[in-house]
Design a protein around this ligand. Structure first.
Ligand SMILES: C[S@@+](CC[C@H](N)C(=O)[O-])C[C@H]1O[C@@H](n2cnc3c(N)ncnc32)[C@H](O)[C@@H]1O
Length: 303
């Protein structure tokens, strides 16, 4: 179900830099591993012309539906697959594609997911504790919050949220759920607010941000998927082709940096961005979601 769909306005992050680095021409073949609402894909589709091919992957069925609508004018040059990007090889094989000219990852959640309270991603609007990007997957945030031990929760918050108060929050969660299960994002948020001493609560970022991020990463096994997908993606990139990855927190960025470094050492990739690119001040001003974006770019070495 897609709610509020018509109200969601989406601006693709760092689109100018992405197009510059992908350096596409008529007939190019591009793999967008994180289709979302098709914001980046639409601009890419314009560049590759009617002989080009844009393959869009997303694990979220709602995103695929919305992106298909947004890309209606370019339907003849687009192919879509509802898949985890860790299975990008299966998607490309299905379409009979063995090499692509460009690859894009724009990690994290989409505005569609964040702005739909029923999906349970938002700290601001109350919803069920879900956080699954793929709603056919079995484990939701509800399951993790209500069944893991305090030690396991604490380790998720530490490793996937870099949350300083991981032990206290885990302890509060486990104590709270004795009375009744924790069912909503509002309940989760309030327990976190009670767990973090008031004087340490950050007024710039919501104090529950790190915990929400940690559970989301755990539910969707995001970091593991990214590592697997990067290993596979490089194999499909044609010599001279470019891979662009936008990440939104240091855990993702570290993985991208290390992978690029490894493939550069193997003389498979040339790193184009020694330091990650950041959005311009102007973009950060206009598009709040772009503020934490970091873009890394690498090119497949010609052999
Ligand atoms: C930030 S949004 C992408 C927005 C898109 N670039 C646009 O301009 O509309 C990230 C998307 O990636 C998807 N996603 C995240 N992890 C994924 C994974 N492992 N496999 C497939 N899709 C994934 C999410 O479902 C979400 O729709």
């Amino acid at each position: 179900m897609v709610t509020m769909a018509n109200e969601i306005k989406h601006v693709p992050v760092m689109i100018k830099e992405i197009l510059e680095h992908l350096n596409l021409s008529e007939g190019s073949c591009v793999l967008d591993c994180t289709l979302g609402l098709g914001g980046h894909s639409k601009e890419i589709a314009k560049k590759i012309g009617s002989h080009g091919l844009l393959i869009g992957i997303d694990r979220d069925e709602d995103s695929i539906v919305r992106a298909q609508q947004n890309l209606e004018d370019f339907s003849g040059r687009c192919a879509f697959a509802q898949k985890d990007f860790r299975d990008l090889d299966a998607a490309l094989d299905n379409f009979g594609v063995s090499q692509v000219d460009g690859i894009l990852f724009d990690l994290g959640v989409s505005s569609l997911q964040l702005d739909t309270p029923e999906r349970g991603f938002s700290i601001r609007a109350n919803g069920p504790l879900d956080m699954r990007m793929d709603r056919n997957s079995f484990i939701s945030a509800y399951d993790l919050v209500n069944s893991l031990s305090s030690k396991e929760i604490s380790s998720i918050l530490k490793n996937f949220g870099e949350e300083r108060w991981h032990e206290r929050i885990a302890d509060h969660l486990v104590k709270s759920r004795v009375k009744h299960p924790i069912e909503s994002t509002e309940e989760l948020k309030n327990i976190i607010l009670n767990a973090i001493p008031h004087r340490f609560q950050d007024h710039h970022i919501h104090p529950a941000t790190r915990t929400f991020q940690a559970f989301r990463i755990a539910v969707n096994r995001e970091l593991e998927a990214l590592e697997i997908a990067l290993n596979k993606a490089i194999r499909y990139l044609r010599p001279g082709g470019t891979i662009c990855v936008i990440s939104f927190h240091s855990l993702e960025d570290r993985i991208v940096k290390e992978k690029f470094k490894y493939f550069a050492k193997e003389e498979i990739l040339e790193i184009i961005t020694k330091k990650p690119l950041r959005p311009t001040e102007e973009e950060a001003e206009c598009n709040v979601r772009s503020r934490s974006a970091r873009l890394r770019v690498a090119r497949r070495i010609k052999k």
